[in-house]
Design a binder for this molecule. Sequence first.
Ligand code: NAD
Length: 475
Amino acid sequence: MSKNQNKTGSYSFFNCIEKNFDKAARFISIEKGLLEQIKACNSVYRMHFPVKIGKEIKVVEAYRVQHSHHKLPCKGGIRYSMKVNQDEIMTLAALMTYKCAIVDVPFGGAKGGIKIDPQTISSENIEKITRRYTSELIKKNFIGPGIDVPAPDYGTGEREMSWIFDTFLSLRSGDVDALACVTGKPVSQGGVRGRKEATGLGVFYGVRELCHVKEDMDSVGLDVGLVGKRIIIQGLGNVGYHAASFFHESGAIIIALAEREGAIYNEKGLNVSKVFLHLKNNGSILNFPEAKNIEKTEKALELECDILIPAALENVIHKNNANRIKAKIIGEAANGPITPEADEILDKKGVIIVPDIYLNAGGVTVSYFEWLKNLSHVRYGRMEKKFRENVNAEFLQVIETVCKKKISIEEKKMILRGPREIDLVRSGLEDTMINGFHKICDLKKSLKIENMRTAAFVLSINKIIDSYEKLGIFP
Ligand code: NAD
């Protein structure tokens, strides 16, 4: 049994991340104690609280972990799943720390989880549990705009974030910054346009960037560009659905989609919005008219394709199936979908892995924009949209006069438009993902690092070291 395996033979997720961290530490010369501090989880809050469900009292197990306080507030999603446990939440909190550093989001990493299956609980009871969880966090000072700011993750979405905000506000009434206590809220409740699709869009931007690097494409025998690339996506939830839609729109071919109940396949390509409608109407992606069913969902990961996007849960690619993976590129949309053993196998096969700590950072990037919006109490673009349109109009008039040529109404409409909130959010996200990609690749090249994951960790750890050094470590 390897050091990373626990007694039952299954992996300690936290040890997997430590292993990745240690690989990166070989490229960093700094006092060992500081590296140990960066690795360690700063605060772990494990709670049990009672909730009345029907006539019975149920005891609910839940967590909030703040991995790093080197920057505040801490930030990280909350997941609802029966698989939630301390090790998982600690790991996901640690990933948040590294992720935030890579994309220059000034937060420490955190994560929360409630051990429930939201698919089998009524929405009234999910609301009760969410509100009780929030009040437990408030009691222990584990939530607040400058303390710790949750967001959606697996099994949660805008609805839960709205309940968290409302509970926070009722217990902290008068706090003018209360909206910033949680992100991923609906736009009508202080959310920012573009947050819902941000993680999936970030995944798209990251993979698109890779597909434009000729050297990388040559190394896996693919043409430059996304058009025509055959893609498989596992998980058609928030991240997977939006990533699939953006890939589809860009001219890539989604050949298979996998969900819990099975997968569907069509080598000519699946229409993502039609599949999503079918899933909504039937409660399953199976029996989609234009596709073949694959009963064992995990078999979809092993199909021939160019790009594989795991967007469901951790550890889905492991030592037992890694050798059968045929994808040339794997984009980690989910957190920790590849175990360290599988990582080594895939590395040897020459597969390019775009790591989670970079690739799914679009969500936290746009959450940061939402937090800033909430603290500034003004919608992005509100102050400058009309001003920009007026300046553009004057500029156009000058051009028309100088060139003695009239610009068509359609062209004018395009040029005159001032930026809306969604335009600013998406351009901020795109810029962040492009910059992050090139910083990782430049470091990988300059230090001759073996893969993108290790390079991403080196980049992130260096930035955290810099923070600690500037902050000073004093009592
Ligand atoms: P989600 O709950 O919206 O969707 C997850 C989907 O995966 C669901 O449709 C579920 O049915 C499906 N699924 C579950 N088990 C499966 C299996 N064995 N095979 C195939 N499909 C399966 O969750 P999400 O928010 O999309 O999160 C997905 C992953 O992305 C998680 O690892 C999460 O931590 C990560 N992530 C999410 C965000 C975000 O903004 N939501 C940000 C960063 C990372």
